[in-house]
Ligand binder design. Structure first.
Ligand SMILES: [Mn+2]
Length: 613
């Protein structure tokens, strides 16, 4: 990116700039060294002026960057504009050369290759990316398979590999986002006569699988320094290495424009919550542009139906509005799977799939609402307890995690919510706790292990399974555990606020948003507090939403949106402290500054009330 322009202008990158840098990106990914030289020449003259400190930046942007841990302008710019020349050579990933050689052999001898990916929204885009890449390079027999979330569970499974071998004569498996711990399955599949190339980003255990190649930036023996990549990120680097090797050695007549695969990369990197730094950051930024015009017709159809194709996509659109619609498909019976939307090629079929996907989502929202209402009636019964445990035959087992989170939000208690399966015997449940409570659900479940058939997870989120006859014993065991822990109330705090601003400062900040995006893990979106603003307009919208206008002491106004507010509506013409995230609201091509309200507090009454969302 052009750093000189950043310093001389307070305005965001224009579209031509983004398009041009995509061309640069294609070149960078195809021939890293040539670009490296070009970039070096281009960057040299501006290096000297780079110490011009923060003075060209609005104060609010400077403060924001300092709050995110950058002590100098140069350090911040290095992060914001991670240069493409710094993209790591794919061959730096351990075993990449071995994998490329094996895939070359598969190509020349026309072997059937199967991409095996996890079912989640990292594994799925990774499958799509690699299938597109292999086909794009001219591979003729490319298959893919993913385990069923409920039937098979996470992992590289022998029975699924065997099925692909029996049905499609697959001789090479490439895993994506999965496999690093599947020592036994890899051994079994080897014994059946296929080679396995593992690509993953999860932590290794004591023993690595005896695979043909193990590509994982997070294995101890890999020095690539790319541990922040998600599974799809690793798959992208496989595609880059393969493309370069095939091109340089004239192995195939077909080559890839790697940048076209960045749509998958962006979706997964945002969905998998890996830190948006270095190549993740720069490639997500480009990937969002690619996603806007994606060649995947199913994904385009879904973006259209969600009205996301009418605006400039940002990380929040993808993470909050798009990914959950795909994610829920695997939880709701699997009639349509996310991978179908990634790989469908026929436009008409794409529209049908996307339409049906949204219907499945609506059903999910409905059953979630019903379950929530049922849960709420049970809150009273657990009032005297410092945890919540309940199960029902009407809860869908794909929703128990979400339900447990809802209970945590509503009651501030650690929650255990179970679905009684149709066999009438087994309860499949999920546990959640609010971070701030410091309660460890994994530890809680461990203390109940004599009662549980299965359990696993993390301190904040875990899953478990038990017989319905044990439901009472589970309650007793949890009570014993929690009586030892003092549960602190999750008090609403102002901690998340970055700074107090005037409306003018917020607007000035917004002109930098394109530069600062994408926000995510490790670089969270700004949260501003407007200390004393008059709500000059409060307009109720459908579905408990409100449109507000805030006017500050200097008479400047900004629009605001308050989503899903169930309590007392804010009062027009009263003074509030309003906290929220600044953003651009795009409507029919018009962009206006807006605040997404997180909380508000009346400040012009002595007896002030605090409403926390
Ligand atoms: Mn992953």
């Amino acid at each position: 990116m052009d750093q000189g322009r950043l310093r001389n202008s307070r305005h965001p990158v224009h579209n031509e700039g983004a398009t041009r840098s995509l061309v640069e990106l294609s070149q960078a990914m195809a021939t890293p060294n040539r670009l490296k030289e070009r970039m070096r020449v281009k960057n040299t003259p501006s290096q000297n002026e780079s110490s011009s400190a923060w003075k060209d930046m609005p104060k609010s942007v400077q403060t924001f960057l300092q709050l995110r841990g950058f002590s100098s302008y140069d350090e911040a710019i290095e992060f914001l504009e991670f240069p493409l020349k710094n993209l790591t050579d794919p061959l730096k990933l351990k075993d990449m050369d071995i994998a490329v050689a094996r895939l070359e052999k598969a190509f020349t001898s026309n072997e059937a290759v199967c991409v095996y990916g996890d079912f989640d929204m990292d594994g799925t885009p990774a499958v799509a990316l690699l299938v597109r890449a292999l086909r794009g390079l001219g591979f003729k027999n490319v298959f893919h398979i993913q385990p069923d979330r409920h039937k098979d569970g996470y992992g590289f499974h022998t029975h699924l590999a065997k099925k692909m071998m029996d049905e499609n004569k697959v001789t090479v498996f490439i895993t994506v986002d999965v496999g690093i711990t599947d020592v036994a399955a890899v051994r079994e599949v080897n014994a059946l006569g296929a080679d396995v190339i593992i690509t993953d980003h999860h932590q290794e255990k004591e023993e690595l699988p005896q695979a043909f190649a193990v590509i994982n930036p997070n294995q101890k023996k890999c020095n690539s320094g790319m541990g922040h990549l998600c599974g799809t990120g690793v798959a992208l680097y496989v595609a880059m290495a393969l493309n370069r090797h095939f091109r340089e050695n004239k192995i195939s007549e077909k080559f890839l424009d790697i940048k076209n695969l960045l749509d998958c990369f962006a979706i997964a990197t945002i969905a998998d919550l890996v830190p948006l730094k270095k190549e993740n950051r720069v490639l997500v930024r480009h990937g969002l542009k690619v996603l806007e015009k994606t060649s995947m017709v199913g994904i385009q159809a879904l973006l259209n139906l969600l009205k996301l194709s009418e605006k400039t996509l940002n990380a929040a659109d993808v993470g909050i509005r798009f990914v959950p619609k795909l994610n829920s498909l695997t939880r709701m019976g699997g009639e349509i799977l996310p991978i179908d939307l990634f790989l469908v090629e026929n436009g008409e079929q794409a529209l049908q799939l996307a339409t049906r996907a949204l219907e499945v989502n609506e059903n999910r929202v409905r059953s979630l609402k019903t379950a929530e209402q049922e849960l709420e009636t049970l809150f009273g019964a657990s009032e005297t307890k410092n945890f919540f445990w309940s199960y029902s035959g009407t809860f869908h087992k794909g929703l128990v995690g979400l339900l447990a989170s809802k209970v945590v939000n509503a009651t501030q208690k650690t929650a255990f919510v179970g679905a009684l399966l149709s066999d009438g015997k087994t309860i499949v449940g999920s546990a959640r706790t609010a971070n701030v409570n410091g309660n460890n659900v994994f530890e809680a479940l461990t203390s109940c292990r004599h009662i549980l058939k299965k359990f696993g997870g993390h301190p904040q989120a875990a899953g478990f399974e038990l017989d319905v006859e044990q439901a009472g014993a589970f309650d007793t065991a949890l009570a014993a555990y929690f009586s030892q822990c003092e549960e602190r109330k999750n008090k609403p705090t102002d901690d998340a606020v970055d700074m107090e601003v005037t409306v003018g400062e917020a607007k000035e900040f917004l002109h930098w948003m394109d530069r600062l995006e994408p926000f995510g893990v490790g670089f969270t979106a700004p949260v501003f507090a407007f200390p004393d603003v008059i709500l000059s307009e409060v307009k109720p919208l459908k579905g408990n939403h409100f449109r507000l206008t805030l006017r500050d002491q200097r008479g400047q106004s900004i629009g605001a949106i308050l989503f899903g507010h169930n309590g007392e509506p804010p009062l027009e013409q009263h003074m509030y402290r309003v906290v929220g995230e600044p953003q651009w609201n795009e409507f029919r091509g018009n962009k206006t500054p807006q605040l997404m309200v997180k909380s508000f507090q009346l400040t012009d009454l002595q007896d002030s009330i605090s409403l926390e969302l």
